[in-house]
Each structure stands twice: as C-alpha cells, then as structure tokens.
Design a protein around this ligand. Sequence first.
Ligand code: HEM
Length: 412
Amino acid sequence: MTVAPLVSDLDPFAAEVMANPYPVYAELLESDQPVYLPRRDMWVVTGHDDVRAAVKDHERFSSADGIAYDRSRLPILFGVDPPDHTRLRKLISRDFTPRTVQSWRPLVEQICTELMDAAIAAGEVDLVREVLVPLPVRVIAALLGIPGDDVAQFKKWSEGVIEGFNANARLRPETGHGPADPEDAARRQQAAKLALKAVSNISVYFHTLLDERRSQPLGTDLISRLLAANSDHLRDNELVWLCLALLVGGNETTTHLLGNLCIALLEHPDQHRLVRSRPELMGPAIEETLRYDPPVQSVFRSARTDVEIGSTVIPAGSRVQLSFAAANRDPRHYADPDRFWIERQTDSSHLSFGSGIHFCIGAPLVRIEAETFLRQLFERTEGMEPAGEFTRIKSPTFRGIAQLPLHLTPRA
Ligand code: HEM
C-alpha cells in the first residue's frame, strides 16, 4: 500500500547545515522512508538498506544526468549508464586489480616519505597543504605518467571541476519554494562556466598527451596501458574522459578522507591513543572514518520510472539524493551510530565507496594511501597537536578539511 509522500522543509545543503549535516540526516532517518524536499525539488533516501538497494539499481536510478545535484550531463565514467558504462569500465578495471594496485605501494610510500620529511622538518605545518593535498595528486599524476612540472596545474584544473559543481549545489534552485535570490541564476551560470572551462583545459591537455604517447614506444603508465589495451577502439575523446574520471575521482576525495581521519583522531583522544598503541587497528580506523564522516556524502540519480521504496513512490523523472552520510549512521544498522568507535568492526559495510556497477574503482588505492600516511604519522611522530583552528571545506556533497595547522613532534 502506498501512502502520501513525506515532505520536509529541511535543506541539507543550507549554509548553516553544511558545517554539521548529521543532525539533519538523523531527523530524516526517523521516517524510514524517502522524503521529498521542496526547497531543493529533490527526494532524499537515507535508510542503509534503501540507499544500498537504490545505488545498485542502475536500471531505475540512472547516473546519466550526472551524480552531482545539478543535472550536468558529461560522458565521464560515473555519469554514464550501461551499455557505455560497461565498455568503458572494462578497459580501466584491468589496471585496478588488487595485484596491480598492490604494485603501486612503493610509489605511494616514496611520495608519502618525501612529503612527511618536509612536514616533520618544518615542525608546524598546515597538514592539508603540505601533505594531504599533494599526496593523492602526485600519486595519480605518477600513475598516469604526467610530467612533474605539470602537476600543480593539473591540481588546479581538478579543483576547478569540483568547485564548479559545489558552487552550483550551494545555490538555491528555482523551485518556487522560499524566497528566490535573483543573483543565483547568474551565479549558477558562472559556476557551470567555471567547471566547463576546467574540463576543457584538462581535455586539451590529455589529447596532447595521448598524441605524444603514441609517437613514442609505450611505457607502463596508465595512459600507455589504456592505449595498448584499447581493443574496443574507444575514441580519443572517451580515453580522455577516462583519464579525467581518475583525476577528478581520486584527488579531493582522498585528501578529504585523510583530513577527516586526522580530525576524528584529534577529537577522540582515547581512539587516537588506542590506534597508536595497536597498529593492527589502522585498517579499522580508516574504515570507521569512512563510515563516520564520508568524503563523498551522497550521490544523485534520476528516477527513470516511478520507483516504490517502502510505502513511498518516487515519481519518474525525480532527482534523488542517495545519502551515504545518513545511511552510514542509520541506527537500524549501526549501534550508537554517532560514536567514532574504531573497534566496532565496521568492515566495509559502509557505503562510502558506493555499491553496484559504479563502485569506486580507486578504493584499494585509497586504502593503501591512507594506511601509508597513518603508519608514517605514527612511526615518525610522537604526536600531533593543533597549532590553530582547523577549517572545513564548504560543500554540500563533499566533506573534508580545508586547513589543518598542526605541530608535529618528531620521534627521537
Ligand atoms: C576516499 C577516497 C574516495 C572516495 C570516498 C570515493 C568515492 C566514490 C564513490 C562514492 C563512487 C561511486 C559514485 C556513484 O555511485 O555514483 C566512486 C566512483 C569512482 N571513483 Fe572513487 N572515491 C575515492 C577515491 C578514488 C580514487 C583514488 C580514484 C582513482 C584512482 C577514484 C576513481 C573513481 C572512479 C573512476 C569512479 C567511477 C566508477 C564507475 O562509475 O564505474 N576514486 N568513488
């Protein structure tokens, strides 16, 4: 039996909510049903089982309008449905097998060592700027075979794409609910322009790189391997979008995980002491951070048909937010969900890497990066003390740290 949909005036993207969205999600979770939010003209799904089922149901919940709040249609891996998705993912997943990813460990170790050397020598650092931002950028750039001199530019473009999406979602949509801000339409256009400009710069860069690679004997970097394995005759454009997916998918997200991990440890000194004294808990600490404070808070889908969840029907064409942040704190799934508790044995039951056909291809790499960083932090420092206030990024769908001033005390 279906009943009238639940409607809520809550807005998880409002500026005052962004700093701590969890109370809003807790309120939405009370209903155990999808809820319609007129202020954003979107539905939000929060229950753990419902989010997992929806994210796996790519036939009814399409990614083709993009996975950010705005409906920006780009042919990037996470923004396409089968059959195109199947074709593209096959080509790239060959290089993300557990064995291949393990072979990248020494590279991650070397880059992390260089960054930590400098940070520890400085004593007082903004850890985000000195380690957490450059670590994933340099790793992904090295894997793709991007020349070192281009890495800084590369990072700026990646930030441009993400900031374009963020800026768009921060603005109020034209739903007719609540006071309209006449300047929002102009800001929205500006945000879209920003993202497109960054995408076009990256695209030109990768096209040139593909041409260069072809003119030389192929190496072992990911771009050379994509060219060598391209038996499905993907067009250059599609190869460029694959590179872009790795760049945009793997940068900010990893930085945010590492930042959220540091903050969770600083805010829970007992858990910090525990994991420092028992290194076998580093893996569980990383998984618990992913559950407790996911870097990707939610993804969006468009309902292709009317979809029934519980006793609610989400109408065809609706924009639907699948909230990992809420699902990971569903009290029906996790005891004491708001507690950061490393020994809870979260395993990988959290949804922070998604599920189904779009499951994060970079998840094994992220785990190596996070573990390497944490091990070096524990083995090479006595501790970390705040050297000022930390600040959070302002994003409705990503969660991470913008600045983290710390004193690092080197181990004797
Ligand atoms: C903590 C870090 C990361 C988090 C939290 C994260 C999260 C996610 C999530 C939630 C999805 C699914 C999106 C959806 O269902 O619409 C996804 C997909 C994806 N991620 Fe990650 N990611 C991380 C790091 C990485 C890294 C390091 C890479 C690349 C090396 C990467 C590459 C991708 C790609 C290419 C996809 C699209 C897969 C597909 O559509 O088939 N991610 N990620």
